[in-house]
Design a protein around this ligand. Structure first.
Ligand code: AHR
Length: 519
C-alpha cells in the first residue's frame, strides 16, 4: 500500500522514526508537516475517478438533461445546452446510466424507436411516477457524445433476461448485419457506438434482486458470458460489489468470479449529520460527523483491496466506486422519492476528501461515480425549469481537474487533529500529482471549521520556482448557492502560499479546499 492519509497524532512517533532527518517532534507540535516525493511518482490517477452517475430518478434525467426538442429551454436534440456546457467545463470523463435501482427494472427495448410510440412504465423505486421512456439508449449515447465522455451502462440482472442483456450490447456495438444492428439502423443510427464500461446488475444484494453473494456470483458468471465483444469493441465487465463494509460479499465474488470480471463496484454513501439530516440547517456536530463518515472511504477501500489482493495478486481487477456521496433529507416541500437536496460548503469538503482518498488509492481505484450529477443527492448542477446553478461540489470537481490522468506523487503528512467533543479526525487531507507538462498540483482540505492550518511542505526531488493557488471557502459552513445567489460559494485566487528552500509554506483557511500549483 502506498502512502496514505494519516491519523495524525497516532502516527507522529512512527513518522518521525521514519524521517528523522526531516523534522523533530517539537516542530510537529506547532506546524503541520508535509513531504511530497516529486521523484517517486509511478501510478496514474485515472481521470475516470472523476466520473458521474445519473439515474432515472426525480429530476435528474427529465428536466436535468432531457427537455425535449420542442422545449423553449435551449437544447440540442432535446438535451439542454446549459447543463452540457457546465459538465464539459469539469471534463466529465464517464457517465453511468440508467441506474441505480432503476437499472434492474429497466427494459431497454422500451426506450428505442419513435418516442410517441414508446411504452410507459412505473418508476416504482423513485416516487412511483410514470416513466415515458423518451430518454433511452440513443438519447443517452447522444448525451455522452455531447459531453465528450465515455458511457457506462448498467444492465438489468434483477428482472431482466440474459437474452435482453446480450441483445442490448449487440444493438449498441455490432457493426455487421444482425437483428439488433438492423433494428438500430431502422432507428436512425447506422454506425455502432463504442461502449467500454458495462455493469452486470446494480446492488444485487438489495434493490437488484436481494441476492446472496453466492447466488449473484453464479448469476454474474451466466449473464457476463453473453456480454460479447463485437468487432473491435472490448467490454470492461463490472460486477456488483459490496455495500459499504460488507467484506464477505467481496470475498465470495473475488473467490468465485474474480477471473471473469474487470471491475468490482463498491457503493458507499456517507449519510448526513448526527443531529440533523438537513442539507443546509446543521451545526458543527453534524459537520464533524459527516466528514468523519466521509473519511471512512479510506478504510473501506483499504480493506476491500486487501481481500481483492488475496485472489488477484497482480491487481488486474479494478475497484470501481460507482456510487458515492452525501445523502441528506430532501429539500422541504419536494417529493421524498426524488432525492432533491441542497449542497453546501460541507458537501464540497466531502467531495474533496473523498477524491483525495481515491487519488491516493489510484493503483486499484480505476473509476468512481458521484451520485448523482443533476438535481439528485450530491449533485454538481441544480436546475429550476430554465434556470441552472452549480454547487460547491461542482467547484471541487473543477478545481481537481489537473489531477485527471496525472501521476500520483506519494505524500507523507503529519498534521494536527480536528477535535470535536471526545472525538477527533485528521484536520488536513491531501493528495498531489504531476501533470504531463510537469506542473505539480497539491489539493488540500482543511476540515477544521474554526482554525487555519499552517503547513510546511518539503518537495523532494524538485526545485520550485513558483507556487500559486485557488481556494473554495465561505464565512459560514452552511453556505450554498441558490437561484437568487448563484455565486455565494465559488473558488477565489489564493495568495497565502510561498516558495521556500525546501518546498513551500501555505496556510489553509478554516473549512476550505485549496489547490496549489507548483512550477
Ligand atoms: O443513488 C440512489 C440509489 O442509491 C441508487 O438507485 C441505488 O443504487 C442506491 O441505493
Amino acid at each position: 500500500m502506498k502512502t496514505r492519509l494519516f491519523s495524525c497524532v497516532a502516527i507522529l512517533g512512527l513518522f518521525f522514526a521514519w524521517l528523522p532527518e526531516v523534522f523533530s517532534a517539537d516542530d510537529a507540535a506547532t506546524v503541520n508537516r508535509l513531504v511530497i516525493h516529486a521523484d517517486r511518482g509511478k501510478d496514474t490517477i485515472s481521470r475516470f475517478i472523476y466520473g458521474h452517475f445519473s439515474e432515472h430518478l426525480g429530476r435528474c434525467v427529465y428536466e436535468g438533461y432531457w427537455v425535449g426538442e420542442d422545449s423553449p429551454i435551449p437544447n440540442t436534440r432535446g438535451i439542454r445546452n446549459d447543463v452540457v456546457a457546465a459538465l464539459k467545463r469539469v471534463k466529465v470523463p464517464v457517465l453511468r446510466w440508467p441506474g441505480g435501482c432503476f437499472a434492474d427494472e429497466y427494459h431497454w427495448r422500451d426506450g428505442i424507436g419513435p418516442r410517441t410510440q414508446r411504452p410507459t412504465m412505473i418508476n416504482t423505486h423513485w416516487g412511483g411516477v410514470t416513466e415515458n421512456n423518451h430518454f433511452g439508449t440513443h438519447e443517452f449515447l447522444d448525451l455522452c457524445d455531447q459531453i465528450g465522455c465515455e458511457p457506462y451502462i448498467c444492465g438489468n440482472v434483477g428482472s431482466g433476461t440474459v437474452r435482453e442483456m446480450q441483445e442490448w450490447v449487440e444493438y449498441i456495438t455490432f457493426d455487421g448485419k444482425s437483428p439488433m444492428a438492423d433494428l438500430r439502423r431502422q432507428n436512425g443510427r447506422d454506425q455502432p457506438w463504442h461502449l467500454k464500461y458495462f455493469g452486470v446488475g446494480n446492488e444485487n444484494w438489495g434493490c437488484g434482486g436481494n441476492m446472496t453473494p453466492e447466488f449473484y456470483a453464479d448469476q454474474f458468471r451466466r449473464y457476463a458470458t453473453y456480454v460479447r465483444n463485437f468487432g473491435g469493441n472490448r467490454i470492461f465487465k463490472i460486477a456488483c460489489g459490496p455495500n459499504g463494509g460488507d467484506y464477505r460479499w467481496t470475498e465470495v465474488l473475488m473467490k468465485n468470479v474474480g477471473r471473469q470480471m474487470a471491475g468490482l463496484a463498491l457503493h458507499y454513501y456517507c449519510g448526513s449529520g448526527r443531529t440533523s439530516r438537513s442539507a443546509t440547517q446543521f451545526e458543527e456536530v453534524d459537520w464533524f460527523h459527516l466528514l468523519r463518515n466521509a473519511l471512512r472511504m479510506d478504510e473501506l477501500i483499504t480493506k476491500h483491496v486487501e481481500i481483492m489482493d488475496k485472489y488477484d495478486e497482480r491487481r488486474r481487477v479494478a475497484l470501481i466506486v460507482d456510487e458515492w456521496g452525501a445523502w441528506h433529507q430532501v429539500e422541504p416541500g419536494t417529493n421524498p422519492g426524488f432525492l432533491y437536496q441542497q449542497n453546501t460548503l460541507r458537501d464540497a469538503l466531502v467531495a474533496a476528501v473523498t477524491l483525495n482518498i481515491f487519488n491516493q488509492h489510484c493503483d486499484r481505484v480505476h473509476m468512481a461515480n458521484i451520485a448523482q450529477t443533476v438535481n439528485v443527492l450530491q449533485a454538481l448542477v441544480l436546475t429550476d425549469k430554465e434556470k441552472m446553478i452549480v454547487t460547491p461540489t461542482y467547484h471541487v470537481f473543477e478545481l481537481y481537474t489537473p489531477h485527471h490522468d496525472a501521476t500520483l506523487l506519494p505524500t507523507e503528512l503529519a498534521c494536527a487533529d480536528y477535535k470535536f467533543g471526545d472525538e477527533r479526525i485528521p484536520a488536513v487531507s491531501v493528495s498531489a500529482s504531476r501533470d504531463k507538462s510537469g506542473t505539480m498540483h497539491v489539493s488540500f482540505c482543511n476540515l477544521n471549521p474554526n482554525d487555519a492550518m499552517p503547513i510546511a511542505a518539503e518537495v523532494r526531488g524538485a526545485k520550485l520556482r513558483s507556487a500559486t493557488g485557488r481556494v473554495l471557502t465561505a464565512p459560514d459552513m452552511r453556505a450554498h448557492n441558490t437561484f437568487d445567489q448563484p455565486d455565494r460559494v465559488r473558488p477565489e485566487r489564493f495568495d497565502n502560499v510561498r516558495v521556500t528552500d525546501a518546498g513551500f509554506e501555505v496556510t489553509l483557511p478554516p473549512k476550505s479546499v485549496t489547490v496549489i500549483s507548483l512550477e
